[in-house]
Design a protein around this ligand. Structure first.
Ligand code: UDX
Length: 457
């Protein structure tokens, strides 16, 4: 029988809620704390602040083991383990802004100095923090404690980076490829292993099949290496995509098809087939931020990160390529109607952070095009962010009278667009720029559209 723990999660945002729901699902008792009262009230009523498939159901199903609160103090008194899962937005120089993490760490220190505990509190860093932050958090907890009545407090800091993807966060957290833990204290690592045991052994009850039958690898290391693993993983994946985009751009010039090329190289186990989809490039809340933060860290230490800089520059170029492709058949953009299909940075999320759709819409607007956007879930939010763009709630409405359409985000319903209907609704020259290589070129052409993909001319 696995041990049950009292788990606290500070930050009821994306990572915090998924972590909390997952911990409750595997049998622990969870308290999610957030300083935003409105958010906590909504959560108590079952209303989530984010869109994420299966998260609402998972919270509802484990509701008896999850509490929502705005108070940190009781959590520090009662919890065995506290996760810090607050956001670390990028500052002007690209480096992660740690002020939210710092405020929580100080708060934990202050509360610790006011309570009696039998065991040291394990404080787990789940937020993506720069390498070296584990020690910084530790120092801040101590500083916070010194402001309270009893400066002698006992705690252990652990780094536990998360690798979950938006849109499949619940699945990723229950069936991870690996669990990474960094700490200087062996006992804290042992407790964390017990906490994760149901996941490591895949022994929890679930209806979320298919589930892996093998045990989940568990990597233990020092604090700095655990922090670095998170950055290195995201930077590698972003670079892998930029590499595929570079190959696509070369394919286009030599008459090769990047889809066949990446399928061919992906079968080499050393390369692997995933994250080789060429197109508009990467966006979202993690890749852009983490790559920039890693570059900032490198430069702080007087190292010029050449490969990372190239990955970023290729990614920026991919967005501008959409404009070049549109101009090839539209000639001028002025007065042309362009439909953007899919606005969120990727399918199955309403997240618009660093979404290519927004920067493409801005360039198009600045060149005098009329932009109409459609997204199955992010439409309203996009309209609020970009009042210049007309947002409609039906893809065919967006296509009506459009001279060109850009498939920006490969939502399932957009992959399966009725191409003939699209061609009938659109105006000349009926150009489809497929930013995700998600549509069969032959089918698009047969329907009467001009088709342009990425790296598959
Ligand atoms: C990513 C990491 O995958 C995850 O491990 C980490 O915890 C957070 O960052 P996420 O940002 O949710 O997750 O999205 P992901 O599915 O990784 O896609 C990132 C971006 O890359 C998207 O804009 C996507 O459209 C793009 N992408 C992905 C490609 O352009 N080509 C690909 O082959 C794969």
């Amino acid at each position: 029988m696995a041990e049950r723990f009292d788990v606290g999660v500070v930050g009821a945002g994306y990572v915090g809620l998924v972590t909390g729901a997952c911990m409750a699902h595997i049998g622990h008792t969870v308290t999610c704390v957030d300083k935003n009262e409105g958010r906590i009230e909504n959560l108590k009523r079952g209303k989530l602040p984010i869109y994420e498939p299966q998260l609402g159901e998972m919270i509802a199903r484990n509701r008896k083991r999850i509490r929502f609160s705005t108070e940190l103090h009781p959590l520090v008194r009662e919890a065995d383990i506290v996760f810090i899962a607050v956001d670390t937005p990028p500052g002007d120089d690209g480096a992660a802004d740690l002020s939210n993490v710092a405020a929580v760490a100080r708060g934990i220190g202050r509360s610790l100095s006011e309570v009696e505990r039998e065991r040291p509190l394990i404080v787990v860093n789940k937020s993506t923090v720069p390498v070296g932050s584990g020690d910084y958090v530790s120092m801040l907890i101590q500083e916070g404690a010194e402001e309270g009545p009893n400066g002698e407090v006992s705690y252990r800091v652990v780094s536990n980076p998360e690798f979950l993807r938006e849109g499949s966060a619940v699945y990723d957290s229950l069936f991870p490829d690996r669990i990474v833990l960094g700490a200087e204290d062996r006992e804290a690592l042992h407790t964390m292993r017990e906490l994760y045991r149901p996941i490591i052994e895949q022994s929890f009850a679930t209806e979320l099949d298919p589930r892996p039958t093998v045990a989940v690898p568990f990597v233990t290391t020092d604090l700095a290496s655990a922090e670095m693993i998170k950055y290195a993983a995201n930077a590698f994946l972003a670079t892998k995509i930029s590499f595929a985009n570079e190959i696509a751009n070369i394919c286009e010039r030599v008459g090769a098809d990047v889809k066949s090329v990446t399928a061919g190289i992906g079968l080499d186990h050393r390369i692997g087939p995933r994250f080789l989809d060429a197109g508009i490039g990467w966006g979202g809340s993690c890749f852009p931020k983490d790559v920039r933060a890693l570059m900032a860290t490198a430069r702080e230490h007087e190292y010029e990160p050449a490969i990372l800089a190239a990955a970023v520059s290729v990614n920026e170029r991919q967005r501008r390529l959409v404009i070049t492709k549109l101009q090839r058949d539209l000639h001028t953009l002025k007065g042309k109607r362009v439909a953007l299909l899919g606005l969120s940075f990727k399918p199955n999320t309403d997240d618009l952070r660093e979404a290519p759709s927004l920067s493409i819409a801005r360039i198009l607007e600045s060149r005098g095009a009329r932009v109409v956007g459609y997204d199955p879930v992010a439409g309203k939010r996009a309209a609020a962010l970009m009042p210049e763009m007309k947002v409609v709630f039906d893809p065919y409405e967006a296509l009506k009278g459009a001279n060109a359409a850009v498939l920006v985000t490969e939502w399932e319903e957009l992959r399966n667009l009725d191409l003939e209907r699209a061609a009938t609704l659109m105006a000349r020259p009926r150009l489809l720029v497929d930013g995700r290589n998600a549509i069969e070129p032959a089918a698009a052409r047969a329907a009467g559209l001009i088709y342009q993909g990425f790296g598959r001319e």
